[in-house]
Design a protein around this ligand. Structure first.
Ligand code: GDP
Ligand code: IMO
Ligand code: MG
Length: 428
């Protein structure tokens, strides 16, 4: 019963899309368990580049089942747009995609609240993607959300939309001076998406249990990353879901004792989009070089990503918190031009060394990283497919990262394309 969870080990954008697409070769099912279209997962093959936001990263493989789990929040317009683009590119979903009938919906007022709240927060803003993720999860927890199953019946949809309409309308008007469309118009807009996705709705946890029973191989796809986890990340500068491995159990309805393995995805340096503490952030030429060579601009919003050195405190935290068995390392090639590469192995706060990650974001923001230095390799590694062909200093750096994390690398990525990969073992 091989069930494997794939989780981001930093602040997202570690290269999960590429890794999950690659691992799908060895799997039967790929299931997304949390987040929404705040995610941007990039997949490059045969000269094509696709950025997925809601559709699981296994969709480009034939005969694999893709599942959007109950833990995901779905904006019907974003889903429709993503499906339309993929269909235009020649991919289809019939018999390949099942969407949980229990997933919560992102409604237009969630997006308005997200953008308005951020706008009103000044220097206290989170730097969200403005997709309505937080407000939609807030309504889910407050038991005020709309779910995919509400779309099965028109009357039910009308009723569910009406249930909290007046409250939402008043809040938007009074807090932000924004007008909500009339209930009838909102209903028509939502009803317009019924045809698009009702046919894909199903009881996904039941399907997953059946597949597990039949010894099928299941990849659980995490979005965002450990440091953006609402419980374990740099709160409040986090997303509103649980990207950590446990999120796969609640977000898909897979019992914890059926999870066999957890694979972490980590970048050879660190990036972060949006606000919040980032101890190893660089504000110099090395940071600019990482951004340029790594093409570090958001896959969802196009924002420049903040760049910095590899943070092994964060890495080890992710290993421990998620129970990571194997790690996949990405973007080694981005470091090719650096003279010296630094790795943060500890934090100092007011002169004293801290034991791991502090809970308080203000303390984290004022930590001084303790660094170990590695000599650069100043040689092109892009596209290398064998560990033996890497320059010695790259091998030393990679071995060093493995030691800092205490876990081996099952796969090392040397470029965005599927083929630009060093494979060091099998997943299942
Ligand atoms: P995700 O959100 O974790 O799926 O990551 P993103 O797709 O947002 O960001 C990762 C970016 O790095 C994408 O543009 C990928 O195409 C690219 N990428 C992935 N692996 C590598 C690699 O090994 N080297 C380089 N240069 N780019 C990579
Ligand atoms: P993938 O799956 C990187 C960040 C936002 C912001 C914070 C909260 O591509 O790795 P939200 O819109 O979720 O309320 O924003 O989380 N964020 C991401 N950063 N990669 C992502 O997804 C992200 N999804 C959200 O920038 O700081
Ligand atoms: Mg991304």
């Amino acid at each position: 019963m091989p069930v494997c969870v794939v989780v981001g080990m930093q602040w997202g954008d570690e290269g999960k899309g590429k890794i999950i697409d690659l691992l799908t070769e060895q799997a039967d099912v790929v299931a997304r368990y949390q987040g929404g279209h705040n995610a941007g997962h990039t997949i490059v093959f045969d000269g094509n580049k696709f950025i997925l936001h809601l559709i699981p990263s296994g969709i480009f493989h034939k005969d694999k089942l893709c599942i959007i789990g109950n833990g995901v929040v779905i904006d019907p317009s974003a889903l429709a747009e993503e499906m339309r683009k993929l269909e235009q590119a020649g991919f289809d979903f019939e018999g390949k995609l099942v969407i949980s009938d229990r997933a919560n919906i992102i409604l237009p007022y969630h997006q308005i609240s997200d953008v308005q709240k951020e706008g009103a927060s000044g220097d206290k803003k989170i730097g969200t993607t403005g997709r309505g993720i937080g407000p939609s999860y807030a309504d889910k927890i407050s038991r005020m959300g709309l779910r995919t199953c509400d779309f099965l019946d028109e009357n039910r949809l009308r009723e569910s939309l009406g249930a909290h309409y007046e409250e939402k309308k008043n809040v938007l008007k009074n807090l932000y001076g924004e007008d909500l469309p009339e209930l009838g118009a909102l209903f028509n807009q939502m009803a317009g998406y019924r045809e698009m996705f009702v046919k894909y709705l199903g009881n996904t946890h039941k399907i997953l249990h059946r597949e597990i029973e039949n010894d099928k191989r299941i990849l659980c796809e995490g979005a965002q990353g450990t440091m953006l986890d609402v419980d374990h990340g740099t709160y409040p500068f986090v997303t509103s879901s649980n990207p950590t491995a446990g999120g796969a159990c609640t977000g898909l309805g897979i019992p914890p004792n059926k999870i066999d393995k957890v694979i972490g995805v980590v970048k050879a340096y660190t990036t972060r989009v949006g606000e919040g503490p980032f101890p190893t952030e660089l504000h110099d030429a090395d940071g600019d070089l990482l951004r340029k060579e790594g093409d570090e601009f958001g896959a969802t919003t196009g924002r420049p990503r903040r760049c910095g050195w590899f943070d092994a405190v964060v890495g080890k935290y992710a290993v421990d918190l998620n129970g990571i068995d194997q790690v996949t390392l990405t973007k080694v090639d981005v470091l090719d031009q650096l003279d010296t590469i630094r790795v943060c192995t500890g934090y100092k706060y007011k002169g004293a060394e801290l034991d791991g990650l502090p809970a308080d974001p203000v303390v984290l923001a004022n930590c001084e990283p303790v660094y170990t230095e590695y000599p650069g390799w100043k040689t092109r590694t892009s596209g290398i497919q064998s560990f033996d062909l890497l320059p010695d200093n790259a091998k030393r750096y990679i071995d060093g990262l493995e030691k800092h994390l205490g876990v081996g690398f099952v796969l090392i990525s040397t470029g965005p394309d599927r083929t630009e990969t060093i494979r060091q073992g099998d997943l299942f």
